[in-house]
Design a protein around this ligand. Sequence first.
Ligand code: 1HE
Length: 264
Amino acid sequence: MSAGPDAVDEIVVDIEGDIAVVRLNRPAKRNALNDQAILGLEAAFRTFGPGVKAAVLHGAGEHFSAGLDLSELVEVDLNAAIEHSRLWHRAFEAIEFGRVPVVSALHGAVVGGGLELACATHVRVAETSAFYALPEGQRGIFVGGGGSVRLPRLIGVSRMMEMMLTGRVYRAEEGYGFGFSHYVAPVGEGLAKAKELARKIAGNAGRTNFALIQALPRIAEGDRAAGYLMEALMSAIAQDDGEAKSRLRAFLEKRADKVAPQPD
Ligand code: 1HE
């Protein structure tokens, strides 16, 4: 996605087998997210073909993302500001509730809208260089990319509030303990780890992945009675698939992997 004679492609998509690799591609601006980038993300995640079973999201250069492109915010009026935030909501919904599970590889700055974006992905791998912050608190603004909805579910209202009130910056290892990432990888190895996980996820039964990214979050946020009903329906639908039947048979016939802790 790009515009204008001097524009770069802010978002680049490569298809590697059944994995789509989506790259934030404005390294000179630390992958600051302008409208083109947000529209590019929305288009990318809405238009994967049926052969794509999982996606990886990462950033070019030294940082995952510096968040909102602040140069876009200075002269906007109230209506435009609301529209702007709604645009981000649409784009990030396309990631969180899109067709495929998304693994992000995080490194360097994962801040402001960049952190909001990371939170819309399903599995997060952080290199040890990653750091997390919400500088909106110091820039005189507020989160606008769904952060007030997604972040408290990951790290809690209190921690998010403290981050924004005081400008707190968390490093990768601390952030791992709080739920910012599921994995910590050495510098330079995050993308490979994210691809490895995405390939693994792509190998799951399609109905299981559907249940996990579409049904589970809604069950977790809804009332219990509706949750139990949805769970019964979803588990029956998954079980009814030939894919489930052959995987269960493979285990019973001792052809499937046993569950075992992964080697370090
Ligand atoms: C930018 C942005 C940006 C860099 N918007 N242009 N986010 C922030 O408040 C974070 C602001 N950025 C930073 O704190 C730092 O840039 C970083 C820690 C991310 C990286 O530092 P560094 O030393 O590697 O890079 P730099 O020299 O600061 O920046 C390189 C260029 O990128 C420079 O432009 P240049 O033309 O002078 O080369 C910077 O101006 C530019 N740049 N970050 C615009 N964010 C939906 S609501 C979400 C609200 C938010 O996300 S608010 C938080 C915004």
